[in-house]
Design a protein around this ligand. Structure first.
Ligand code: ZN
Length: 77
């Protein structure tokens, strides 16, 4: 398993707009699938990690500076 780009609590922006008009999501869980909650409407979805990585545009806010991508850390999973 490669290093996850994000951690639960992070805010991310995806390339594709949610029907509600928001691009921003909060990461709710990390695993084989990535759990996301829409910041605007609160809807929760799960995306396979590969799909998430493709759709991810940027991380808007890191929940913790410890895993900000200055250097990669080992996944704790
Ligand atoms: Zn939404």
């Amino acid at each position: 398993m490669n290093t996850p780009l994000v951690q639960p609590g992070d805010t991310v922006r995806l390339r594709k707009k949610h029907p509600c008009g928001s691009y921003e999501w909060t990461v709710t869980r990390i695993g084989a699938d990535i759990g996301l909650a829409c910041l605007s409407c609160g809807r929760r979805i799960m995306l396979p990690r590969g799909t998430f990585n493709k759709r991810l545009k940027m991380v808007v806010k890191y929940a913790s500076v410890k895993h900000a991508p200055i250097k990669h850390i080992t996944a704790n999973e």
